[in-house]
Write a protein that binds this ligand. Structure first.
Ligand SMILES: C[S@@+](CC[C@H](N)C(=O)[O-])C[C@H]1O[C@@H](n2cnc3c(N)ncnc32)[C@H](O)[C@@H]1O
Length: 275
């Protein structure tokens, strides 16, 4: 159903948590105070788009002081089952519901009314310009605060360095812009475009880096999956040069197997609230 398996999401979750910035808690509280001015006593209503197994809820719920009601949206029923199995354990979450929906087509029919925080993690780089514009329209109409975490921004750094690292990243970044079900994807431009879209609708916004820094032994399995994924993407874009990609992949995987590999992947978090 989805290209994102529960195993992949579990592999990345500890690195996502380590990457998400501490500054966020304060920024988010400010944004939420503004968005909740009209209903300060009610539980905070949160809409999580592309929730996967619920990683964003697990991270955010304990960092938001208010009691919360979450709606977890995804098109993948298996991922929603995982999310449902653990959402009740989360700190400060009084109620939650899962909603199976195709965000590419059903954005307008989500429960916007009364939503005070719209959030997503690792989603924005998959979607199109037009989709972000519609998202910003819906958020502005609901006067909701927003937080879009862990959007890939096109930067990678691998060590030990290989001659073809930058070339492979160029192919990967081209692949990032292919259609992921929402029209041509924003890929590395996701945070820039979303920030402009929300500011054009009167939002105050802030952004900060949330890079993966993969250097400890426990990140080696994620590094290996990442390298395999990048190589597959690069072979799709540069099909005539597949042997060049194969050689790069083999050298990277050897460095990982020797335990000497370090990989940084650039991400950004964007948040904001209506003025
Ligand atoms: C990279 S994963 C991130 C999952 C989760 N937010 C996290 O941080 O672990 C992207 C998520 O978006 C969901 N997704 C992708 N396209 C979708 C669509 N058209 N409608 C609904 N969900 C979608 C996938 O099923 C997946 O759970």
């Amino acid at each position: 159903m989805s290209g994102f398996t529960a195993d992949w999401l579990a592999l990345r979750e500890p690195c996502d948590i380590a990457a998400r910035p501490a500054i966020l808690a304060d920024a988010l509280r400010g944004a939420l105070d503004a968005a909740r001015a009209h209903a300060p006593q009610q539980p905070l209503r949160v809409l999580d788009l592309g929730c996967g197994t619920g990683s964003n809820l697990r991270f955010l719920s304990s960092r938001i002081p208010q009691h919360q009601h979450w709606t977890l949206v995804d098109h993948d029923p298996l991922l929603l089952e995982h999310a449902a199995a653990t959402a009740g354990d989360a700190h400060n979450v009084g109620a939650w519901t899962t909603l199976r929906a195709d965000l590419a087509t059903d954005l307008g029919s989500l429960p916007w009314q009364g939503t005070q925080l719209v959030t997503a993690s690792a989603l924005l780089d998959l979607v199109s310009r037009a989709w972000v514009d519609e998202l910003a329209d819906q958020c502005a109409t609901a006067a909701a605060a927003m937080l879009f975490a862990l959007s890939y921004d096109g930067r990678t750094r691998c060590s030990p360095g290989l001659a073809d690292d930058a070339w492979v990243t160029e192919q990967v970044n081209q692949h990032q812009r292919l259609d992921k079900g929402f029209g041509p994807a924003l890929g590395p431009e996701a945070t820039d475009h979303a920030q402009r879209a929300f500011e054009a609708r009167g939002y105050l916004t802030g952004r900060t880096r949330s890079d993966w820094i993969l250097e400890t032994r426990d990140t080696l399995p994620l590094q290996a999956e990442l390298v395999r994924g990048w190589a597959t993407a690069a072979r799709e874009i540069a099909a005539p040069q597949r042997t060049r990609v194969d050689a790069w992949e083999e050298a990277r995987l050897q460095a990982i197997a020797r335990g000497v590999s370090r990989i940084i992947v650039g991400h950004e978090d964007l948040w904001g609230c209506p003025r």
